[in-house]
Design a protein around this ligand. Structure first.
Ligand SMILES: *Cc1c(COP(=O)(O)O)cnc(C)c1O
Length: 387
């Protein structure tokens, strides 16, 4: 969907299409084979999209479960008036027990030791146990479901326990080995859930974006554990892994744009930028783009990446600078000062997504989104007038 925003003219800015985000949420929800609830994972400022704006839009769509990474993100959402459950997926110092209660936040319990520390404060914190089923990051050891049960029962009384979850680490990869591993994780999690079924915890969940599509099948395997999907990357229209086929209609909601400050001729034998890493071999037109690595344009794209200008690709030449980047526009007619540059997004028939940039960088779209810096102002637009 093309967004027309004629008013915005900055050095470097991001346009976020809320209607596309809404479409992503609704399409994903419809694509699920069960009527599982969606917990929107809006950590890291909603993967760079602005957590408050995204939470407000999703609340409007009926979403009432949110997850973030830490207490600052959670408090920020509450202070902005976001209602519903907010789960902190990672550690907060027990020092913040009062804040967790005051803001009605739900804390992930990362270990027995941590449960004890939280339970030893004067505050009865809302919480959910993390169960480690094979990722070896956080949680009680899911290999020993009996011990998980003992610990959970003990703290169910001393804390305000309302759920438990695990995280699947290869649900996005469709090989026999990964599928077997993922089913192993799901089964371990389910054995713990069965042992404590009598506690009737309302929030028991194991699926991320990828697992919601690839595993959650409505079968009895997901009784007790399949009622909630934690939706992250697909909400933002990107792929959990390069081989993922996204449901039709789900697309990135972000466009990162910039401008051209100067265009000049450069002659054979001259070099471009710091370190003189690009040597000009033909008479060239070089444009200066007003975005650099301080904006989040990864310096590893130097002499490798490209931007879109006037519907054409313009290769990045020389090293990306802190605030500026040089691109070769020799083959693009009539490029001039003030022209719009698409760093991420669509321009004419071409599109360059965070997933494409990630491929050029040897990373994942998640990282590209999270590293667009705060100094790049976000603007909220809607390609669809109903929002
Ligand atoms: C980030 C995160 C998610 C969301 O993962 P996506 O791959 O973006 O869907 C879900 N659960 C946990 C525990 C996470 O840390």
């Amino acid at each position: 969907m093309e967004v027309h925003v004629n008013q915005i003219e900055k050095r470097s800015w991001i346009e976020i299409d809320l209607a596309q985000l809404k479409a992503n949420y609704l399409i994903y929800k419809k694509k699920l084979k069960t009527d599982a609830d969606i917990m929107a994972v809006i950590k890291a400022d909603a993967y760079g999209h602005g957590d408050v704006q995204v939470a407000r839009m999703l609340s409007w769509c009926g979403c009432h479960l949110f997850a973030v990474s830490n207490i600052d993100e959670a408090v920020g959402l509450r202070e902005a008036g976001v209602q519903g459950e907010i789960l902190l997926l990672g550690y907060s110092s027990p020092f913040y027990a009062k804040t967790l209660v005051d803001y009605d936040l739900t804390q992930a319990i990362v270990s027995e030791e941590y449960a004890e520390a939280l339970a030893s404060t004067p505050f009865k914190v809302k919480c959910q146990f993390a169960i480690d089923t094979g990722m070896n990051r956080i949680g009680l050891n899911g290999d020993d479901s009996e011990q998980c049960e003992r610990i959970i029962r003990h703290y169910a009384e001393r804390l305000h326990l309302n759920g438990m979850f695990t995280h699947l680490c290869v649900a996005d990869t469709d090989t026999e080995e990964c599928r077997a591993f993922t089913w192993g994780q799901i089964n371990k999690f389910k054995s713990v859930a069965e042992r404590i079924a009598d506690l009737h915890l309302p929030y028991v969940h194991c699926c991320n974006s990828a697992a919601g599509l690839n595993y959650l099948d409505g079968s009895e395997k997901f009784d007790l554990i399949g009622g909630i999907v934690r939706l992250g990357i697909i909400l933002f229209g990107l792929k959990p892994s390069p081989e993922t086929i996204l449901p039709e209609g789900i697309a990135p909601a972000i466009a990162w744009k910039s401008a051209i400050s100067q265009v000049k001729d450069v002659y054979p034998g001259e070099t471009i930028g710091y370190g003189r890493t690009f040597k000009v071999e033909r008479k060239s037109r070089i444009a200066t783009v007003t975005t650099g690595y301080a904006d989040g344009l990864n310096r590893h794209l130097s002499n490798r990446g490209h931007v879109l200008i006037r519907g054409h690709r313009a290769p990045i030449v020389g090293r990306i600078c802190m605030d500026q980047t040089l691109v070769d526009v020799t083959d693009i007619p009539e490029v001039a000062m003030g022209d719009k540059v698409v760093v991420l997004g669509r321009d004419g028939d071409l599109q360059y997504t965070a997933d494409d940039m990630a491929e050029d960088l040897g990373t994942i779209g998640y990282e590209v989104l999270c590293t667009m810096s705060k100094r790049v102002q976000r603007f909220y637009v809607s390609s669809n007038s109903s929002l």
